[in-house]
Design a protein around this ligand. Structure first.
Ligand code: ATP
Length: 581
C-alpha cells in the first residue's frame, strides 16, 4: 500500500467522521464492554480468537521487541483479543486500546481498525492521520480477515507509539490476516469432510447392498449395516477376507499415492439369453430330484416328452434343461404357445408361408416354428388348450414329419424333438372328448409331473436359494417368515414364491425378512360377510382387467403382476373374452 492511497483513504475517512459530527478535540466517549455481553461476543468469535492466539504466539518476541500490541477486532469493531508489549499496553489503555472497546470509525474517528472495517482492505493510519487528537501518539496498521465464504470476519491490527513506526508492520498484519484465512479455510474443509463422511455413512446404511471401505492394508475402515450383517458387527478394523460375491475396486487420489478400496457386493446376473440347464433347477425335495433324474435320462432319448404341472411349477425351465442336456443342445430350442394362437394364424405361424400367400404377408415369405426348430427341440406350451383344428394339424406334422408352407406346394422334412407341457389334466380332457386320444399318445412318450410348491418339502431352501441369487444378498428369512412361507397355499407356485421374495427383500431394506414383508396377492384376510363375496370369476376378471390397464395392455407385464404365466393369462383372457377396446 503506497502513501498516496493511504492519504486518500484517510481523507475519505476524515470526511465521514465530520459527517458523523465528530470533532478532533472532543473527548472520546468510550464505554468498555465487560461481563455477559463481552463474553457473548468472545464466544461468537471463539474460533477466530483461537487461531489468532496460535499465530500471535509465534510472533510474540517480535511484537514485544517492536513496542507494539496486536489487537483482534470482531466484525462489529469490538476488540476481542490483545497481545504484545506490556510496557506499551499500559499507555494503550489510556485510549482504551483494550478488550471490550469498540473501535468503529463512527466512535473512535479515523483509526486503522475502523477504516479497515469500512474499506475492507489493509490500511495504515499514522500519528496525525488519526482523527482524534488524543490518538495521534499512535501508529497503527490493520488488515481485514475474510471467512472462507468471503464474508468479513474481523480485523487484525498492530498499534505502537508513532516513534516506533516500522514500514513492515503493514506487511506483517497482512500476512497474519492471510494465515488466519488459510486456517479458517482448512477448518471449514475439515468440517465439510466430516459432514461428507457422516452423510455418506447414513446414506450407505440405507442401501441393502453390502458396502465396505478398506484402507491400503485391506483393513475394514467402514462397513454399512448390510455388510456388517454379512461380515459381523465387529468387522471394523479387521482384515477384509475375500468373500464370494464381493468385488474389490481400488480408488486413488490424483497423485496415485494415497489409495483405498471399496468392496461392493455384486452377484453376476444370469444372462437372459442363456437357456436353463438342470443346474438351474433348484430344490432338494425328493420329488423334484426324482423328476430331474428322469428328465436327464429322457433328455438323451428322442422320445416326445409331456410335462404336467400347475402354472409356475417350472415346466418351461425343465423343457429348456432337457434340451440343453440333449444331443440337440447346440440346435434351436423353439417355444410355441399353443393357447395364444387363433386358428386363423395357426398354419402360418407353425408351418410358415410363401411369398404373396395372403394379404399382408412379407414379400420373402416367412419361416414357421417347426422349420425354425429343425434338428432342435420344439416346446409346445399349453398344449391342452389347442383347438380341435390345431390338434389335427399338430397330429399330422408329428406323424408325417413334414410341413408345407401356407401358399406353397413343396413339402419340407422337419426333424424336431417334441416337448409338450400343460397344466390341464390331459387324460380327463381325452375322456371328455376335448383332446384327441391319438394326439395324446403321440405327445406322451415320457410323462413327467412337476409337484406343486405346496406339496414340496423344500420351500425354505428354495426361498433361501432365490434370495441368494437376488440383488438383496443380505436379506434373511426370520423364523416367523419361514413359518408363513410354509403355511401359504401357493396358488402361483415357484413363480409366486420368487415374486413374493423380491417384494419382501425390498421391503426388508437389508434387514431380516419378517412375516409382514411377505405379501401374497390373494391374502386379504377373513371377511365374515357372505352377501358381498364376489364370485371367483368376477375377481379374476377384475384383476385381469386392472393389470392390463395398469400395464398399458402389456400381457407379459400384466402376467407378472398377477403372478401367473403369460400363457395362463392369454388363456384366461380368451376364456373371459377380455379384449382391448
Ligand atoms: N425348481 C426351480 N428352480 C428355480 N427356479 C424355478 C424352479 N421352478 C420354477 N422356477 C422359476 O419359476 C418361474 C416359473 O417357471 P416356468 O415358467 O418354467 O413355469 P411353468 O410351469 O412353465 O409356468 P406356466 O405354466 O405358467 O407357463 C420361472 O421364473 C422359473 O425360473
Amino acid at each position: 500500500m503506497n502513501t498516496w492511497s493511504d492519504t486518500e483513504i484517510v481523507q475519505k475517512s476524515w470526511k465521514r467522521c465530520q459527517k458523523y459530527g465528530l470533532r478532533p478535540t472532543d473527548a472520546v466517549y468510550d464505554s468498555v464492554m465487560t461481563g455477559r455481553r463481552l463474553n457473548e461476543i468472545i464466544k461468537e468469535n471463539e474460533t477466530f480468537i483461537q487461531h489468532t492466539v496460535r499465530i500471535l504466539e509465534k510472533l510474540a518476541p517480535y511484537i514485544r521487541q517492536s513496542g507494539h500490541i496486536a489487537t483482534l477486532v470482531s466484525k462489529d469493531g469490538t476488540i476481542v483479543h490483545t497481545a504484545g508489549d506490556p510496557s506499551f499496553e499500559e499507555q494503550a489503555r489510556t485510549v482504551h486500546l483494550q478488550v471490550g472497546t469498540n473501535w468503529q470509525e463512527r466512535r473512535k474517528g479515523t483509526n486503522a481498525m475502523g477504516v479497515a472495517l469500512v474499506e475492507q482492505k489493509p490500511v495504515r493510519v499514522h500519528g496525525a492521520q488519526h482523527f482524534y487528537v488524543k490518538n495521534r501518539f499512535l501508529t497503527c496498521a490493520a488488515s481485514p480477515v475474510f471467512t472462507p465464504r468471503g464474508e468479513l470476519a474481523g480485523v487484525i491490527n498492530m498499534s505502537g507509539r508513532k516513534e516506533r513506526f516500522n514500514p513492515l508492520t503493514l506487511s506483517l498484519v497482512s500476512m497474519v490476516a492471510e494465515t488466519l484465512q488459510s486456517r479458517l479455510l482448512l477448518e471449514e474443509a475439515q468440517h465439510e469432510h466430516v459432514l461428507t463422511v457422516r452423510e455418506l455413512e447414513r446414506t450407505v446404511d440405507f442401501t441393502p447392498f453390502p458396502l465396505v471401505s478398506l484402507d491400503h492394508e485391506r483393513r475394514i475402515i467402514r462397513a454399512n449395516q448390510a455388510a456388517r450383517r454379512l461380515l459381523g458387527q465387529d468387522c471394523i478394523g479387521k482384515e477384509f477376507k475375500e468373500k464370494k460375491g464381493f468385488v474389490v475396486e481400488t480408488i486413488s487420489d490424483k497423485t496415485r499415492k494415497t489409495w483405498r478400496s471399496v468392496a461392493v457386493y455384486k452377484r453376476e446376473r444370469q444372462k437372459k439369453e442363456r437357456l436353463y440347464t438342470f443346474q438351474d433347477i433348484a430344490g432338494a425335495c425328493p420329488r423334484i430330484q426324482h423328476v430331474k433324474r428322469l428328465a436327464a435320462k429322457a433328455a438323451m432319448t428322442d422320445y416326445p416328452i409331456l410335462l404336467l404341472g400347475e402354472s409356475g411349477t417350472g415346466k418351461e425351465l425343465l423343457a429348456q434343461s432337457i434340451h440343453t442336456a440333449s444331443p440337440r443342445a447346440d440346435r434351436p430350442f423353439i417355444a410355441v404357445n399353443c393357447g395364444a394362437l387363433p386358428d386363423s394364424l395357426l398354419e402360418s405361424e407353425w408351418f410358415g408361408y410363401e411369398r404373396g400367400a395372403f394379404t399382408g404377408a412379407r414379400r420373402e415369405g416367412g419361416i414357421g416354428k417347426f422349420e425354425a426348430a429343425h434338428l432342435g427341440t420344439i416346446f409346445l406350451d399349453e398344449v391342452g388348450d389347442l383347438s380341435p383344428r390345431a390338434q389335427v394339424a399338430l397330429l399330422r406334422v408329428l406323424q408325417e414329419k413334414v410341413i408345407t408352407r401356407v401358399g406353397g406346394v413343396k413339402s419340407r422334412q422337419v426333424d424336431v424333438r417334441v416337448v409338450a407341457a400343460t397344466n390341464k389334466d390331459l387324460l380327463r380332457e381325452v375322456k371328455k372328448g376335448t383332446f384327441r386320444t391319438d394326439l395324446y399318445y403321440r405327445l406322451k412318450g415320457i410323462q413327467l409331473s412337476l409337484p406343486p410348491l405346496r406339496e414340496r418339502s423344500d420351500i425354505i431352501q428354495l426361498a433361501e436359494t432365490f434370495l441368494e441369487e437376488m440383488d438383496y444378498p443380505s436379506a434373511r428369512l426370520s423364523k416367523e417368515a419361514q413359518e408363513k412361507l410354509v403355511s401359504h397355499s401357493w396358488p402361483g407356485n415357484v413363480r409366486e414364491l420368487k415374486s413374493a421374495l423380491v417384494q419382501a427383500a425390498f421391503l426388508a431394506e437389508g434387514g431380516d425378512i419378517r412375516p409382514e414383508h411377505l405379501q401374497f396377492e390373494w391374502d386379504h384376510g377373513d371377511d365374515d360377510r357372505t352377501d358381498s363375496v364376489p364370485t371367483l370369476r368376477e375377481v379374476e376378471i377384475a384383476a385381469i382387467q386392472r393389470s392390463l390397464k395398469a400395464t398399458g395392455w402389456n400381457v407379459s407385464r400384466a402376467a407378472e403382476l398377477l403372478q401367473i404365466g403369460r400363457n395362463t393369462l392369454y388363456r384366461k383372457m380368451k376364456g373371459y373374452q377380455i379384449e382391448k377396446l
